[in-house]
Design a binder for this molecule. Structure first.
Ligand SMILES: [Zn+2]
Length: 306
């Protein structure tokens, strides 16, 4: 019998569920629409339970081949108690997810924060543990980040480590969803890029804006340059503080052409980071990309405690 794990990545729009090997290979994957289950937390978890069961049945995997189920949520999680404390995008507040899951499965159930799951997946499988100190930054609607310090996930005293997107750029800056003003996310998160794109035309996606910038549209170029400057400033602050070897970028924006994102970002960091680290730190696309949180969630255990 081959040991397998289930990974569940609960996002604001999609819930991805996969059977994952201990080596991080995805054997089978299914998705649910998050929006179908908003405002009914228990219904959402029960839908995940039945999707896992049908995924196992479809792939002829017995329940006792599953060693653990790991779940990533977009918010604050109490890993010890198995409770999602606060995840505003999916309207979860103090939901005992582990309790509901444990009624259906008797293997260990682990809960964690999605950006930390992504960092763990990228560190463990994407980078094969070849770096010790890294940050994985995911730019979706907002900006998520997980920190690996000394080869371990870093949580901080109040379990809030990695709020890269909420670092203060300007006390009088734009209003952020977190309730504060001038956070990094308000300048270069997906939402803010789309908002800025309205100056060009209504309804442009992040991808559209990068495509326009790539053919020389001046307003689109202003937006993509601003992303590089703000994101670059955030990365400079991060690597100066923590002396990281590697920053990986994932999420929709990471698909932007190199000449508009990765190359100018590397140049910005080389020019502005503390000189002893500026030439050393690497900035790369994530190896696992969108699968990082799913694989990382699947491979969490009692030592990771996202
Ligand atoms: Zn904020």
């Amino acid at each position: 019998m081959n040991r397998k794990h289930i990974g569940v990545d609960v996002g604001g729009t999609t819930i991805n569920i996969a059977i994952v090997t201990p080596q991080g290979e995805i054997l089978a994957k299914e998705s649910l629409k998050t929006t179908t289950y908003l405002h009914d937390n228990e219904k959402m978890i029960l839908a995940i339970v039945s999707e896992i069961k049908s995924l196992l049945a479809k792939n002829n995997v017995e329940k006792d081949e599953i060693w653990s189920i790991g779940m990533g949520f977009p918010g604050t999680v109490d890993s010890q108690k198995g409770i999602v404390v606060f995840a505003p995008n999916i309207f979860f507040e103090n939901v005992n997810v582990k309790g509901i899951m444990q009624n259906a499965f008797d293997c260990p159930i682990y809960l964690g924060q999605d950006s930390r799951a992504a960092a763990w997946g990228e560190f463990l499988i994407g980078q094969k543990k070849k770096v010790n100190d890294m940050a994985s930054i995911t730019i979706g609607t907002g900006i998520g980040c997980g920190l690996i310090i000394n080869g371990m996930l870093y949580h901080g005293a109040y379990n809030t480590a990695g709020e890269f997107g909420h670092q203060l750029m300007d006390v009088d800056g734009p209003q952020c969803n977190c309730g504060r003003k001038g956070c990094l996310e308000t300048y270069c998160g997906g939402l803010s890029i789309v908002r800025a794109g309205k100056q060009i035309m209504e309804g442009l996606s992040v991808k559209d804006i990068y495509a326009l910038a790539d053919v020389g549209n001046k307003k689109a170029l202003d937006i993509t340059r601003q992303v590089v400057e703000k994101l670059g400033t955030g990365i400079v602050n991060l690597v100066n503080l923590l002396s990281l070897e590697l920053i990986t970028i994932s999420g929709g924006i990471s698909n932007a052409p190199d000449n508009l994102l990765l190359n100018p970002l590397r140049q910005f960091v080389r020019e502005h980071a503390y000189s002893a680290i500026a030439d050393k730190v690497k900035i790369e696309r994530s190896v696992l990309g969108d699968d990082a949180p799913l694989i990382g969630a699947a491979l969490q255990d009692e030592t990771t405690e996202y």
